[in-house]
Ligand binder design. Structure first.
Ligand code: PRP
Length: 211
């Protein structure tokens, strides 16, 4: 039997994802969130795990390099992959928000500049309101942009709100709620149907046991 390949997001949800898998009886030796190794095997469940940047998980799954993936809804909204999203795993909860200095006018004359790791999500949000924006794509430390004068506001995920507070910023508009999802490649869902369903049921069991 060949391996079912699982793409797992590094970063903020990695530890909870690894715990969920362990709770479901899927163990990868030496796997931890700080690991420099990128491929792990569990020969009991015949699962090959690839440990990739969260933003890349949708790409691996869409292209069939991974059959299934565990990743935040933020990356799914941003990348808009052609995949099936089958389970809300309910951890890694946070939400998208527009943030900036208190009192920032989002309806100012001219174009609002918005810095974000999520330019597509930002554009969608402001398009819906008919507010013209220019997006500035950043890859991290986004809160710096209004502070340093690079952008009027940011669109980012907010979990505890600590990073905003530490930088003197505040939420100006709440956006979508985010949590971790299980996604599946469309071809694998058909051609490896039994394997995929077994994996989902195993995961559900581990999930029920922790929740
Ligand atoms: C995320 C996000 C915010 C912060 C929000 O960044 O982009 O900066 O976490 O969390 P909080 O509301 O609990 O403070 P991440 O930690 O992923 O690092 P990054 O800035 O390098 O992208």
């Amino acid at each position: 039997m060949s391996y079912l390949t699982l793409a797992l997001a590094k970063g903020r949800t990695a530890e909870a994802s690894i715990n969920l898998l362990a709770n479901a009886g899927i163990h990868f030796s030496h796997l931890n969130e700080d690991s420099r190794k990128l491929v792990f095997y569990d020969d009991d469940s015949m699962i090959r795990l690839i440990f990739v940047k969260a933003v890349d998980v949708p790409t691996y799954v869409e292209n069939g390099a991974a059959d299934v993936g565990i990743v935040g809804k933020d990356n799914i909204i941003e990348e808009q992959p052609d995949i099936y999203e089958l389970l809300d795993l309910e951890f890694g909860q946070c939400h998208f928000a527009v943030a900036g200095f208190s009192g920032t006018n989002l309806h100012k004359d001219g174009t609002l500049t918005v810095a974000s790791k999520y330019p597509t999500a930002a554009e969608k949000h402001f398009n819906r309101q008919g507010i013209p924006i220019e997006t500035i794509k950043l890859n991290g430390s986004v809160e710096l942009a209004p502070v340093i004068g690079l952008a009027d506001v940011i669109v980012d995920i907010v979990e505890t709100g600590g990073t905003l507070r530490e930088n003197g910023l505040t939420i100006l508009e709440e956006m979508e709620a985010i949590s971790t999802r299980l996604i599946v490649n469309k071809a694998s869902f058909t051609t490896k149907s039994e394997r995929v369903h077994t994996f989902i049921n195993t995961l559900k069991k581990g999930w029920n046991d922790v929740s």
